[in-house]
Design a protein around this ligand. Structure first.
Ligand code: SAM
Length: 221
Protein backbone atom coordinates (compact mmCIF):
# COMPACT_ATOMS: atom_id res chain seq x y z
CA UNK A 1 0.00 0.00 0.00
CA UNK A 2 1.45 3.45 -0.90
CA UNK A 3 2.61 5.52 2.13
CA UNK A 4 0.18 8.31 1.18
CA UNK A 5 -2.89 6.10 1.62
CA UNK A 6 -4.57 6.44 5.04
CA UNK A 7 -4.17 3.22 7.06
CA UNK A 8 -7.11 1.66 8.90
CA UNK A 9 -7.48 2.99 12.47
CA UNK A 10 -9.61 2.11 15.47
CA UNK A 11 -11.89 5.02 14.50
CA UNK A 12 -12.56 3.32 11.12
CA UNK A 13 -13.63 0.19 13.02
CA UNK A 14 -16.00 2.09 15.31
CA UNK A 15 -17.49 3.90 12.32
CA UNK A 16 -18.07 0.61 10.49
CA UNK A 17 -19.64 -1.04 13.57
CA UNK A 18 -21.99 1.89 14.28
CA UNK A 19 -23.15 2.22 10.66
CA UNK A 20 -23.62 -1.53 10.37
CA UNK A 21 -25.97 -1.49 13.36
CA UNK A 22 -27.87 1.56 12.09
CA UNK A 23 -28.60 0.30 8.55
CA UNK A 24 -31.58 -2.08 8.30
CA UNK A 25 -32.21 -1.95 4.55
CA UNK A 26 -29.33 -1.86 2.04
CA UNK A 27 -29.27 1.09 -0.37
CA UNK A 28 -27.00 2.98 -2.73
CA UNK A 29 -23.93 3.78 -0.62
CA UNK A 30 -21.13 6.35 -1.02
CA UNK A 31 -17.91 5.98 1.00
CA UNK A 32 -16.64 9.60 0.94
CA UNK A 33 -12.99 10.04 1.93
CA UNK A 34 -12.63 6.29 1.43
CA UNK A 35 -8.84 5.82 1.83
CA UNK A 36 -8.38 2.06 1.30
CA UNK A 37 -12.14 1.65 0.91
CA UNK A 38 -12.42 -0.38 4.10
CA UNK A 39 -15.66 1.28 5.27
CA UNK A 40 -17.64 0.79 2.04
CA UNK A 41 -16.23 -2.69 1.43
CA UNK A 42 -17.07 -3.88 4.96
CA UNK A 43 -20.60 -2.49 4.76
CA UNK A 44 -21.20 -3.98 1.31
CA UNK A 45 -19.90 -7.37 2.37
CA UNK A 46 -22.22 -7.28 5.39
CA UNK A 47 -25.22 -6.75 3.09
CA UNK A 48 -25.63 -3.08 4.09
CA UNK A 49 -25.30 -1.64 0.56
CA UNK A 50 -26.60 -2.42 -2.91
CA UNK A 51 -24.20 -2.83 -5.84
CA UNK A 52 -22.36 -1.03 -7.25
CA UNK A 53 -20.80 0.58 -4.18
CA UNK A 54 -19.43 4.13 -4.67
CA UNK A 55 -16.06 5.39 -3.40
CA UNK A 56 -14.21 8.69 -3.63
CA UNK A 57 -11.16 10.34 -2.14
CA UNK A 58 -8.98 13.32 -3.03
CA UNK A 59 -5.98 10.96 -3.24
CA UNK A 60 -5.44 9.25 -6.62
CA UNK A 61 -3.31 6.61 -4.85
CA UNK A 62 -6.14 5.85 -2.44
CA UNK A 63 -8.60 5.48 -5.30
CA UNK A 64 -6.33 3.15 -7.26
CA UNK A 65 -5.89 1.03 -4.14
CA UNK A 66 -9.58 1.09 -3.14
CA UNK A 67 -10.71 0.29 -6.68
CA UNK A 68 -8.52 -2.83 -6.82
CA UNK A 69 -9.51 -4.09 -3.38
CA UNK A 70 -13.19 -3.25 -3.86
CA UNK A 71 -13.22 -4.95 -7.25
CA UNK A 72 -11.72 -8.15 -5.79
CA UNK A 73 -14.08 -8.07 -2.85
CA UNK A 74 -17.36 -6.50 -4.04
CA UNK A 75 -16.97 -6.93 -7.83
CA UNK A 76 -19.18 -3.95 -8.65
CA UNK A 77 -17.81 -0.59 -7.61
CA UNK A 78 -17.47 2.94 -8.92
CA UNK A 79 -14.37 4.69 -7.54
CA UNK A 80 -13.46 8.28 -8.45
CA UNK A 81 -10.71 10.68 -7.35
CA UNK A 82 -11.74 14.22 -6.44
CA UNK A 83 -12.38 16.59 -3.58
CA UNK A 84 -15.54 16.11 -1.48
CA UNK A 85 -18.63 15.88 -3.78
CA UNK A 86 -16.82 17.15 -6.87
CA UNK A 87 -16.87 13.63 -8.49
CA UNK A 88 -20.63 13.24 -7.81
CA UNK A 89 -22.38 16.09 -9.64
CA UNK A 90 -26.10 15.27 -9.93
CA UNK A 91 -25.69 11.91 -8.14
CA UNK A 92 -27.84 10.92 -5.13
CA UNK A 93 -27.38 8.17 -2.55
CA UNK A 94 -29.36 6.42 0.20
CA UNK A 95 -26.38 6.22 2.54
CA UNK A 96 -23.37 8.51 2.65
CA UNK A 97 -20.59 7.60 5.04
CA UNK A 98 -18.29 10.61 5.35
CA UNK A 99 -14.83 9.94 6.74
CA UNK A 100 -13.01 12.86 5.11
CA UNK A 101 -10.10 14.16 7.25
CA UNK A 102 -11.51 15.96 10.28
CA UNK A 103 -8.65 16.63 12.70
CA UNK A 104 -7.17 20.02 13.58
CA UNK A 105 -4.48 20.60 10.93
CA UNK A 106 -1.55 21.24 13.33
CA UNK A 107 -2.54 18.13 15.30
CA UNK A 108 -2.83 16.02 12.13
CA UNK A 109 0.70 17.09 11.08
CA UNK A 110 2.12 15.71 14.34
CA UNK A 111 -0.10 12.64 14.55
CA UNK A 112 0.86 9.13 13.45
CA UNK A 113 -2.26 8.93 11.24
CA UNK A 114 -1.92 11.66 8.61
CA UNK A 115 1.72 11.40 7.45
CA UNK A 116 1.48 12.09 3.69
CA UNK A 117 -2.36 12.11 3.85
CA UNK A 118 -4.32 15.25 2.89
CA UNK A 119 -5.77 17.06 5.91
CA UNK A 120 -6.54 20.58 4.72
CA UNK A 121 -8.85 21.28 7.63
CA UNK A 122 -7.74 24.58 9.25
CA UNK A 123 -6.66 25.02 12.87
CA UNK A 124 -10.04 23.84 14.21
CA UNK A 125 -10.30 20.75 11.95
CA UNK A 126 -13.75 21.71 10.61
CA UNK A 127 -13.22 23.03 7.08
CA UNK A 128 -13.89 19.80 5.16
CA UNK A 129 -16.56 18.24 7.37
CA UNK A 130 -18.59 21.49 7.49
CA UNK A 131 -18.49 21.65 3.69
CA UNK A 132 -19.63 18.02 3.51
CA UNK A 133 -22.51 18.76 5.92
CA UNK A 134 -23.58 21.71 3.77
CA UNK A 135 -23.50 19.79 0.46
CA UNK A 136 -24.83 16.39 1.59
CA UNK A 137 -28.59 17.21 1.53
CA UNK A 138 -28.34 17.74 -2.27
CA UNK A 139 -26.85 14.24 -2.62
CA UNK A 140 -29.33 12.25 -0.51
CA UNK A 141 -32.39 10.43 -1.82
CA UNK A 142 -35.59 10.91 0.22
CA UNK A 143 -35.12 9.03 3.50
CA UNK A 144 -31.35 9.03 2.98
CA UNK A 145 -28.88 9.28 5.85
CA UNK A 146 -25.39 10.65 6.44
CA UNK A 147 -23.03 8.99 8.92
CA UNK A 148 -19.91 10.83 10.10
CA UNK A 149 -17.33 10.68 12.88
CA UNK A 150 -16.68 13.73 15.07
CA UNK A 151 -13.28 13.73 16.75
CA UNK A 152 -12.51 15.79 19.82
CA UNK A 153 -9.23 16.68 18.06
CA UNK A 154 -11.42 19.20 16.20
CA UNK A 155 -14.02 21.79 17.19
CA UNK A 156 -16.90 19.37 17.90
CA UNK A 157 -19.35 22.15 18.84
CA UNK A 158 -18.87 23.92 15.50
CA UNK A 159 -19.29 20.66 13.55
CA UNK A 160 -22.52 19.77 15.38
CA UNK A 161 -23.83 23.28 14.90
CA UNK A 162 -23.14 22.94 11.11
CA UNK A 163 -24.93 19.57 11.18
CA UNK A 164 -27.99 21.10 12.88
CA UNK A 165 -28.01 23.96 10.32
CA UNK A 166 -28.40 21.49 7.44
CA UNK A 167 -30.30 18.51 8.92
CA UNK A 168 -33.56 18.15 10.88
CA UNK A 169 -32.42 15.04 12.76
CA UNK A 170 -28.94 14.69 14.21
CA UNK A 171 -28.22 11.89 16.67
CA UNK A 172 -25.20 10.25 18.25
CA UNK A 173 -24.70 6.52 17.65
CA UNK A 174 -21.47 5.73 19.47
CA UNK A 175 -18.64 7.22 21.50
CA UNK A 176 -15.15 5.94 22.29
CA UNK A 177 -12.42 7.36 24.52
CA UNK A 178 -8.73 7.02 23.55
CA UNK A 179 -5.43 7.70 25.28
CA UNK A 180 -3.38 10.37 23.50
CA UNK A 181 -0.73 8.58 21.37
CA UNK A 182 2.95 9.27 22.29
CA UNK A 183 3.47 11.27 19.04
CA UNK A 184 0.87 13.80 20.28
CA UNK A 185 1.75 13.55 23.97
CA UNK A 186 5.23 14.79 22.99
CA UNK A 187 3.55 18.04 21.88
CA UNK A 188 1.22 18.45 24.84
CA UNK A 189 1.91 22.19 25.12
CA UNK A 190 0.49 22.83 21.63
CA UNK A 191 -2.48 20.58 22.28
CA UNK A 192 -3.23 22.29 25.58
CA UNK A 193 -3.06 25.66 23.82
CA UNK A 194 -5.59 24.45 21.19
CA UNK A 195 -7.75 23.09 23.99
CA UNK A 196 -7.59 26.44 25.83
CA UNK A 197 -8.72 28.16 22.60
CA UNK A 198 -11.71 25.75 22.48
CA UNK A 199 -10.56 24.22 19.18
CA UNK A 200 -10.06 20.68 20.50
CA UNK A 201 -11.13 18.83 23.68
CA UNK A 202 -8.74 16.82 25.86
CA UNK A 203 -9.70 15.25 29.17
CA UNK A 204 -7.55 13.91 32.01
CA UNK A 205 -8.96 10.42 32.68
CA UNK A 206 -7.48 7.26 34.24
CA UNK A 207 -4.26 9.22 34.96
CA UNK A 208 -3.71 10.04 31.25
CA UNK A 209 -4.66 12.65 28.64
CA UNK A 210 -7.54 11.36 26.55
CA UNK A 211 -9.55 12.35 23.45
CA UNK A 212 -12.82 11.08 22.00
CA UNK A 213 -14.41 9.81 18.79
CA UNK A 214 -18.17 10.04 18.35
CA UNK A 215 -20.20 8.62 15.46
CA UNK A 216 -23.22 10.70 14.35
CA UNK A 217 -26.16 10.18 12.01
CA UNK A 218 -27.96 13.01 10.21
CA UNK A 219 -31.14 12.97 8.12
CA UNK A 220 -33.90 15.27 6.93
CA UNK A 221 -36.94 12.98 7.42
C1 SAM B 1 -9.51 9.63 8.21
S1 SAM B 1 -9.07 9.11 6.59
C2 SAM B 1 -10.34 7.91 6.34
C3 SAM B 1 -10.01 6.80 5.39
C4 SAM B 1 -10.87 5.55 5.50
N1 SAM B 1 -12.28 5.84 5.61
C5 SAM B 1 -10.42 4.70 6.66
O1 SAM B 1 -11.15 4.58 7.65
O2 SAM B 1 -9.33 4.13 6.59
C6 SAM B 1 -9.52 10.54 5.68
C7 SAM B 1 -9.48 10.41 4.16
O3 SAM B 1 -10.00 11.65 3.61
C8 SAM B 1 -9.27 11.93 2.44
N2 SAM B 1 -9.43 13.36 2.11
C9 SAM B 1 -8.76 14.42 2.60
N3 SAM B 1 -9.19 15.56 2.03
C10 SAM B 1 -10.19 15.21 1.16
C11 SAM B 1 -11.03 15.93 0.27
N4 SAM B 1 -10.94 17.27 0.16
N5 SAM B 1 -11.94 15.25 -0.47
C12 SAM B 1 -12.03 13.89 -0.38
N6 SAM B 1 -11.24 13.14 0.45
C13 SAM B 1 -10.34 13.79 1.21
C14 SAM B 1 -7.85 11.51 2.75
O4 SAM B 1 -7.10 11.30 1.57
C15 SAM B 1 -8.10 10.23 3.58
O5 SAM B 1 -8.08 9.10 2.76
Amino acid sequence: MPDQVFKLTATSKILIRAVMQAIQTPGKLLDLGCGTGIVGISLANAGKATFPVYFSDVSEDAITYARNVAFMSCKECVAKAGSLFEPWHGEKFDTIVDDVSGVSEPVAKLSPWFQGVACDTDRDGTRLICQVLKETPDHLNPGGRLFFPVLSLSDEKKILSCAKDHFKQVRILAEQIWFLPPELHNHLELLQQLSKEGLIRLEWRFGKWCWYTQIWEASND
